[in-house]
Write a protein that binds this ligand. Sequence first.
Ligand SMILES: C[S@@+](CC[C@H](N)C(=O)[O-])C[C@H]1O[C@@H](n2cnc3c(N)ncnc32)[C@H](O)[C@@H]1O
Length: 353
Amino acid sequence: MAEPTTTVEQAIEAQAASAAHIGSPLYAHVLEGLLTDLRMGGITAELLEGVSERPVHDALPLRYLASAHRLALAGDAPELARYYPSCGGTWRGENLAREFIAVVHRHRHEFTAGLQRNVQTNEVGRAPVLASAFALIARRQGLPLDVYEIGSSAGLLSRWDQYHYDTGHSQLGDPTSTLRFDAAWWTHPAPPLRGEIRIAQRRGSDIAPIDPSTPQGRLTMMSFVWPDHLERLARLKAALDIAARFPVTIDQADAGDWLNHRLATAPRPGVATIVFHSIVWQYLPQPTRDRVRGALYAAAARARQGAPLFWLRMEPATAAFADVRLTTWPSGSEEVLAQVGYHGADIRWLQRD
Ligand SMILES: C[S@@+](CC[C@H](N)C(=O)[O-])C[C@H]1O[C@@H](n2cnc3c(N)ncnc32)[C@H](O)[C@@H]1O
């Protein structure tokens, strides 16, 4: 179905409403100022009009905001950094639109480039619900895991076992990890996280992977988080530090091509093979979705007792939460394991073993 035509003005209005709704008063405020600039035909109109035919879908306002955040984080926009909490600043409701627009005028080239960059986050808050699912599979099977992720971004979720999880009743992951998730992530009753987890192979892929070990990659990831979301930024920084010490191969590839290649000889005997993804499906073109399903079904036909295959995914269910679904082969059974907020909080674990 064709996307309804949208305008840059509608994109900024929608983004301002969304920022107000999900707790970024700073961005809600900046966007209101940018809306005024757009309507007056200022530099916001000059740079954003005509960049995309689908400004809402392409999250054009977020590209604009991230370009400024990137400069502020890099120390090149001190007039914004003094207000952005992510840069050590404090904002008490001052009018920021003037500062923002001054930065745009001074760094026009960076903004023009930034408006071409897809918004890409890698939300490590999704790790607790995914880790709960991996623990369930490991507990049921008692086998080492081959773990393949599609739409990995920087691969921070492929490193889920490098973080620490504590539901208050059971623990999982690296007890020395600097990235820690406590009982507040799960609504009660939380799942048991016991059981030994051995990862035999892990690999990910993304159409545009970000290398978390480079300063540019780190800056890109940080720039897409909202400057007043300090807890998310702290988690992201901790995960990026861990990623720099714990390399994982993330191939640059379309998910459909990559999965067909990876699963050509899977599942292996003596290993539980798991394909997983989170908040990726809506971004895949239909031919890619078909190829992902095709790769899974072809491998599923080879799954046996002792060589099982799993498809684990956290994907949108309603405006408020995502479902975490698991399909298991050879049986072909499908379960909804959990419902969870989009950033990974408020895990409602539904599966009772
Ligand atoms: C919203 S992000 C989610 C990233 C990560 N899974 C997470 O939960 O934080 C969607 C990811 O899908 C990737 N993507 C989009 N189209 C793709 C394709 N055809 N093949 C592989 N990855 C794709 C994007 O580059 C982006 O990193």
